[in-house]
Design a protein around this ligand. Structure first.
Ligand SMILES: Nc1ncnc2c1ncn2[C@@H]1O[C@H](COP(=O)(O)OP(=O)(O)OP(=O)(O)O)[C@@H](O)[C@H]1O
Ligand SMILES: [Mg+2]
Length: 587
């Protein structure tokens, strides 16, 4: 357990400093009341052997009742404060975690799988909470009680106290030994749980694929193996922590036997009163609670720190792409001129090194307001190029310029706000159609939403939905057809009224004729905006101002449709193939 790791919780704990102080004050009162109980007992028993009056006995009995009631009240109060505080802390941590995740870059999500992140933000978070709530409370309780009771024991009979503490070194050593092992085993279990969660996540997301390929038995079997492993590891942990408490109890039992033997003889020798001996035993019982609780607390803390470390791995990850010292905050708007200068790009590999080169030495100037189409065989690097414009990945400074500014100089928020990006694979949220379209513009008016949907060619479809724009879209938009999903994503981008519109093959699921019609309709919208269109269908982009043919990450040729056809190169070849296909399809 490292101190530096726990320090990361400092800001959170400080926020609730007052409540912790109040909670601990009550805790101290609680211990004081609790440890007075055996002393009252001692007064009563010693009084009995000296002929105490009934009145005094009744007084002591009343005191005892009061002490017990006060203890109940304080225990309730202390729990209420300390445990609710840990819930509030958990709440803060969870919010910060999501907020942090939202900021992290694409490359982070290539390293951490969704299921793993889900596991960390649920299971690990509650292990940390258990450490901060019950963990802190019981350890404070145990420590205070230990110190108070120890002082009383020494005061009652120092020699007997030393005898009672003979098994202590063994207890301390075994607590350490078990603590470390519990930590290690729990760490492995949490990692296992992440794999389990990932498996569930992928199976649910890919349920259709699993069914279509009738892989249910294999998937279930693979899950079963993971699950078995998870249970086995948990059982191993249970066996470990299961032996811990009985071991502690046994060691404490030894202490009791020692006290009974030596204390009993002291009573016989009249070195200690009977009341003192009874009280001593009662204090020993009180003392064994902190000892046993320590075992449990150490368990909680070891789990908590193992989980905290897993959360810190997320918190330590910094977004690669964020405003920095080079950002020029005086840039307040974007007109939409884009330049690629000797642009080369490789995706970062999982270990941080650069992977194979995807784009090489690409030079291109796109004037503001023009429509440029990108075509090329699959895997040529079209989507990669498109994703560089909103800076999902960064390239060395100077390779990408927007309005003549190197991309890192433009505030990220401004750059992304100026871009309407429709990815190749659209993603819809489990919400209404309206909310999905208005995702980037929460305060959009109904007219604006309808206008965007119409421009995206979705209007007629919505009219056919019984609930219109209020239609709920299921998980991942299951109720919409592929083409409807794509057009919803397009409407979402149009609604933002962007300076730069990027359509990455975003109408691939609608038929050629509809794609042509939508793009034709969009030309009014595209007026004055820079538009980058990726398409596999040449017929749909031949009216673009400029066409760039990508091949293996470089520009193979560029020009207008007529020029490229005249060249008789790759573009002409692709075009001929497609014409032929269309003719065949028409037969
Ligand atoms: N996130 C990624 N990490 C690593 N490599 C990637 C990633 N995305 C794409 N690639 C690789 O980059 C190359 C270009 O992919 P890209 O998606 O840009 O092609 P594309 O031209 O858009 O193809 P398509 O027409 O099929 O959409 C491919 O070889 C692909 O394997
Ligand atoms: Mg692509």
């Amino acid at each position: 357990m490292s101190f530096a790791l726990l320090r990361t919780l400092g800001p959170y704990l400080r926020r609730y400093r007052r409540r912790y102080v109040l909670g601990f004050s009550i805790l101290v009162l609680n211990v004081a009341v609790f440890s007075s109980i055996p002393y009252i007992l001692k007064l009563a028993i010693d009084g009995l052997s000296h002929g105490i009056s009934v009145g005094s006995l009744a007084e002591l009995a009343g005191l005892l009742v009061l002490a017990v009631l006060a203890r109940g009240l304080f225990t309730y109060w202390q729990r209420l404060i300390l445990i609710t505080t840990s819930r509030d802390l958990e709440f803060d941590l969870r919010n910060d975690l999501l907020w942090h995740l939202e900021k992290l870059s694409q490359s982070f999500f290539q390293r951490f799988r969704t299921g793993d992140l889900m596991a960390r933000s649920t299971n690990d978070l509650s292990a940390v909470r258990n450490m901060l709530g019950p963990g802190i409370m019981y350890s404070a309780n145990a420590i205070v009680q230990f110190v108070v009771v120890l002082a009383i024991l020494l005061n009652l009979d120092a020699r007997l106290t030393l005898i009672a503490f003979l098994p202590a070194p063994v207890i301390i050593l075994s607590v350490q030994w078990f603590g470390k092992r519990i930590h290690d085993r729990f760490e492995k279990i949490q990692a296992m749980f992440s794999s389990l969660a990932t498996r569930v996540e992928e199976n649910l997301t890919g349920l259709r694929v699993v069914r279509a390929f009738t892989r249910e038995p294999e998937e279930a079997a693979a899950f079963d193996r993971l699950n078995q492993d998870y249970i086995q590891r948990n059982l191993r942990l249970v066996r470990l922590s299961g032996t811990f408490t009985p071991l502690l109890q046994t060691l404490l039992g030894v202490a009791f036997v020692l006290v009974l033997w030596f204390g009993g003889r002291a009573v016989l020798a009249r070195q200690i009163t009977l009341g003192g001996f009874v009280a001593f035993n009662a204090y020993m019982v009180q003392m064994s609670f902190p000892m046993i609780a320590m075992g449990w607390v150490i368990n909680l803390v070891q789990r908590g720190t193992a989980s905290l470390e897993r959360l810190q791995q997320i918190f330590r990850s910094q977004p690669d792409i964020a405003d920095g010292p080079r950002t020029d905050s005086s840039i307040a708007s974007i007109s939409g001129q884009i330049s690629f200068r000797h642009l080369s790009f490789a995706y970062p590999a999982a270990d941080g090194s650069a992977g194979p080169t995807i784009l090489r030495d690409l030079d291109l100037d796109i004037p503001s307001g023009k429509t440029v189409a990108f075509v090329g065989r699959t895997g040529a690097g079209k989507s990669t190029l498109m994703s560089l414009v909103p800076r999902f990945y960064d390239v060395p400074e100077g390779m990408l310029l927007v309005d003549g500014h190197p991309a890192p100089r433009i505030p990220v928020e401004l750059l992304r706000r100026s871009i309407g990006y429709v990815p190749q694979e659209s993603f819809l949220f489990s919400d209404t159609l309206r909310a999905n379209i208005a995702f980037g513009v929460p305060d959009a008016t109904e007219e604006q939403i309808v206008a965007a949907a119409d421009a995206a060619g979705l209007g007629a479809d919505v009219a056919a939905f019984p609930q219109g724009y209020d239609a709920k879209i299921g998980e991942r938009g299951l109720t919409l057809s592929g083409g409807q999903k794509q057009r919803t994503a397009l409407a979402r981008a149009l609604l933002r009224d962007p300076r730069i519109l990027i359509l990455d093959d975003s109408l691939s699921s609608v038929d050629t004729l509809t794609e042509e019609r939508i793009l034709e309709g969009l030309s009014a919208f595209a007026q004055g905006r820079t538009t980058l269109i990726v398409s596999h269908r040449i017929s749909t982009i031949r009216n673009a101002d400029w066409i760039v043919v990508l091949q293996a990450g470089g520009i193979a040729e560029q020009g207008t449709h007529t020029e490229l056809i005249g060249k008789g190169g790759l573009y002409a070849e692709l075009y001929e193939q497609q014409l032929l296909q269309e003719e065949l399809a028409a037969v």
